[in-house]
Design a protein around this ligand. Sequence first.
Ligand SMILES: Nc1ncnc2c1ncn2[C@@H]1O[C@H](COP(=O)(O)OP(=O)(O)O)[C@@H](O)[C@H]1O
Ligand SMILES: [Mg+2]
Length: 153
Amino acid sequence: MAARCSTEAETLALGERIGTRVEPGDLILLSGQLGAGKTVLVRGIATGMGIDPAQVRSPTFVLHHVYRAGSKVLHHLDLYRLGPSADIRLLDIDEMLDSGGVVVVEWGEHASREQDAPASISIDVDDDGSRVITPASNAPARLVLAWGEGSRE
Ligand SMILES: Nc1ncnc2c1ncn2[C@@H]1O[C@H](COP(=O)(O)OP(=O)(O)O)[C@@H](O)[C@H]1O
Ligand SMILES: [Mg+2]
C-alpha cells in the first residue's frame, strides 16, 4: 500500500489521518531524502493529535522538539546531523516512549530501533514531483488504515 501525494496538502492530510490513529508509546521512523516531506508529514501527524502544526519546525539543528496538546505528547527527532553511526542512546527514546509519548524520527533509519517494532514510513520523490509515501509491511494495521482513506496506487 502506498499513497501518492501530489501536493503538500495531500501529504499533510495523510499525516493527519496517521495522527488520529497514533497511541502512546508509538515509535514512527521516517526515511526519505532531504526535502522529501518528512517534516511536512510530522506537521500533519501533529494536527491529527490536536497539536498546533505551526509549532512543528524542522529539528535538523535541534535534534529534538516536544509538542503537547492536553495529555498528548509528540516527540519530534531528526537524526540527519548524527548520521548513520548516531549514538541514539543519548536521546533516550525509551524514556519518551515509556512516559507515553509518541516519537517520530526523521532519518529514522539511523536509529537502529528495530527491536521496538517501530512503524517505518518511507517517502520517495517521483519524477513528477509527487511523493510516494509507503508504510513498512510490519507497520501496525491501525496506522496503515490511514492509507486506505487516501489516494492509492
Ligand atoms: N507532495 C508534497 N508533499 C510534501 N512536501 C512537498 C510536496 N510537494 C512539494 N513539497 C515541498 O517539499 C518540501 C518538503 O520539506 P520538508 O518536509 O522539510 O522535507 P524533509 O523534512 O524531508 O527534509 C516543502 O518545501 C514542501 O512545500
Ligand atoms: Mg525535515
